[in-house]
Write a protein that binds this ligand. Structure first.
Ligand code: ATP
Ligand code: MG
Length: 285
């Protein structure tokens, strides 16, 4: 069965979509079967996977409203080597339309059950908010990958995300774990970034992925060609880092202990530095 991961961070512009499409392409490159789900009405992950969001007849919106199955709504990205359940502006309406419906936060989870056996990984690109759309992603997932830039405010925002994940874990999805924090857009020439990066490692230990994604202009250029950097320019430093990250993730998932849907584990403790903890006084589950 597929391992289902949300790429989430309620901060905008931190590299969620870049991580989702490049990780999807990187996983495909190392032989994994991947479905990429765009849960953001901006549709950036759809366009960045070579699928024109304006041409899509069925999207994740139809899946959430149960007028289409995942199998009917997904499309294959030939250039990228993975399947795409796309999104466009229509998805913004789903938020309002779902409010009155039952099981509104579990609709994606229910829909994915039918295709889980067809993939090794399902990656969900979340919007920059802790909305009903993100909640659908978190309810459907086994884990969360948090891309973050190495700066002080990134750490501060982490508190809200961790609290949301804790609440979803407690009330809606006992399988949900934080898989890890991914340092992105990293520039080693900036001393503060180096310091925050070291702090992250010191505080979160193996919850921080070893792979670091550098700031690399080729990754920023790739979406305008409708491709992830990994496909657009495989030799670029940023692309190589994402393939290395895909390999790290596959390796991390290999031991049975890292992924045990039959025996739901509490999310591994994730502790913030005391100065960053929220009013609830702590982040241990
Ligand atoms: P949103 O919150 O709006 O969904 P996001 O978190 O998905 O944003 P991205 O769209 O992935 O963030 O990235 C924001 C911008 O930073 C984009 O222009 C992207 O091309 C650029 N970018 C992301 N990662 C890198 C990188 N490693 N090097 C250079 N530019 C990057
Ligand atoms: Mg995005």
């Amino acid at each position: 069965m597929a391992k289902i991961f949300c790429i989430a961070n309620q901060k905008g512009g931190v590299g969620k979509t870049t991580t989702t499409v490049n990780l999807a392409a990187g996983l495909a490159k190392v032989g994994q079967r991947v479905l990429m789900i765009d849960l953001d009405p901006q549709g950036n992950a759809t366009m960045g996977s070579g699928i024109d969001k304006r041409q899509l007849e069925t999207t994740v919106y139809d899946v959430l409203l149960e007028s289409s199955s995942v199998a009917e709504a997904r499309v294959k990205s030939e250039s990228c080597g993975y399947d795409v359940l796309g999104a466009n502006r229509e998805l913004a309406g789903a938020e309002v339309e779902m409010v009155a419906l039952d099981r509104r936060e579990k609709r994606l989870r229910t829909a994915l059950a039918a295709v889980g056996a067809e993939y090794d990984f399902i990656l969900i690109d979340c919007p920059p908010s802790l909305s009903l759309l993100t909640l659908n992603g978190l309810c459907a997932a086994h884990g969360v990958i948090v891309p973050m830039q190495c700066e002080y405010f990134a750490l501060e925002g982490l508190t809200d995300l961790v609290n949301t994940i804790k609440q979803v874990h407690a009330n809606l999805n006992k399988n949900l774990q934080i898989i890890g924090l991914l340092r992105v857009m990293f520039d080693p020439r900036i001393t503060l970034q180096q310091q925050v990066s070291e702090q992250l490692k010191a505080h979160f230990g193996d919850k921080v992925f070893d792979t670091v994604i550098p700031r690399n202009v080729r990754l920023a250029e790739a979406p305008s060609y409708g491709l992830p950097g990994v496909v657009f320019d495989p030799a670029a430093r940023g692309s190589q880092a994402f393939v290395a990250f895909a390999q790290e993730l596959v390796t991390k998932m290999l031991p049975a202990s890292a992924f045990a849907p039959s025996a739901p584990a509490a999310p591994a403790p994730i502790d913030l530095p005391a100065t960053l903890q929220g009013a609830d006084g702590g982040l241990q589950p």
